[in-house]
Write a protein that binds this ligand. Structure first.
Ligand code: SF4
Ligand code: SF4
Length: 302
């Protein structure tokens, strides 16, 4: 049976692709980008995420946990230790203010399609479809291929947002059934890339180059623009220099840094490595248009 570990489903989404979409967020990613806005997506196994602002510190979750995984952290509240927690869900049912949520539910193809196809009429009217986000969706390549096929047959589209850190075989398995691929680019320099994400960029670049040659759908490259990480002139020019050699990139999109992930780090008991760095406004990035022109490239800032 085809299965995927899903940590969120967003219906009527308009940001992650064209038209009205259903976004399926899949769990598991090898990279550990410092600025990741979805820290609950990184681990492959399910996890408990606590909304520290809703918690009323009743302590019921701690009393009920069979694995003694719940602990109190001053300034945060009652959190779950990721190594001890088995995701049994007992603490979640005990929390009557709904401050605890299980991130990660195994779903099969039929269950996912049932949800995705509830919004068929919106896809038909808006040119929308399904988006697989994450985490790294291509780890669930077989599922994506099967759902992509089904969407095509019905006249709707599918899109994958990938970080590229996944064996090429997985990309080959699914990519031709997917209409759009949004491929993230973090840093052109392998040493910097490793510092920022935990891995160098060799696999990511070779996967991007394969897609550039072989993929027949719409390939977009997206650059999360993170001050202090990959926003300096060298990083930007290195990126443009690299990307201008590719021939099949339909869009280059810059994404401004934001801090929306911060409460989720708190709810997982993790440190937010971006400190006090404030969110960026698009207007602070307009100089990128001119630099891109020097390389003969058109860019968008989302
Ligand atoms: S997370 Fe829920 S059950 Fe646990 S202490 Fe907070 S309010 Fe109580
Ligand atoms: S999900 Fe189960 S094991 Fe994990 S913290 Fe809650 S009660 Fe404990």
């Amino acid at each position: 049976m085809l299965e995927a570990n899903v940590f969120n489903i967003e219906r009527y989404a308009t940001e992650d692709g064209y038209g009205i979409r259903t976004v399926i967020f899949l769990k598991g990613c090898q990279l550990r980008c410092r600025w990741c806005a979805n820290p609950e997506s990184q681990e492959f196994k399910p996890q408990v995420l606590v909304n520290v602002n809703s918690c009323i510190s009743c302590g019921k979750c701690m009393n009920v946990c069979p694995n003694k995984a719940v602990f109190y952290k001053k300034g945060f509240g009652y959190l779950s230790d990721r190594l001890l927690c088995t995701a049994c869900g007992d603490c979640i049912t005990q929390c009557y203010v709904d401050a605890r949520k299980l991130m990660g539910t195994v779903m099969n193809r039929e269950e996912l399609l049932d949800i995705i196809l509830r919004d068929e009429k919106y896809y038909a009217k808006s040119g929308g479809g399904v988006t697989f986000s994450g985490g790294e969706p291509f780890f669930y390549a077989e599922m994506i291929r099967e759902i992509g096929k089904e969407m095509k047959q019905r006249g709707y589209n599918s899109l994958v947002e990938t970080c590229g850190q996944v064996p090429l075989e997985r990309i080959k398995q699914a990519s031709q059934e997917v209409d759009y691929i949004y491929f993230d680019f973090k840093h052109y320099n392998p040493v910097k890339h490793k510092e920022l994400t935990g891995f160098d960029n060799s696999l990511i670049l070779s996967n991007l180059e394969w897609l550039d040659k072989e993929y027949t759908g719409h390939l977009a490259v997206r650059y999360p623009y993170i001050p202090g990480c990959n926003s300096d002139d060298d990083a930007i020019r290195g990126f443009f220099q690299y990307i201008k050699q590719l021939t099949n990139i339909k869009e280059i999109v810059f994404l401004p840094y934001h801090r929306l992930g911060l409460p989720k780090y708190q709810g997982l008991g993790r440190t937010y490595e971006m400190g006090e760095l404030r969110s960026l406004k698009k207007v602070e990035m307009v100089h990128l248009y001119d630099t891109a022109k020097e390389y003969g490239l058109d860019i968008k800032i989302q």
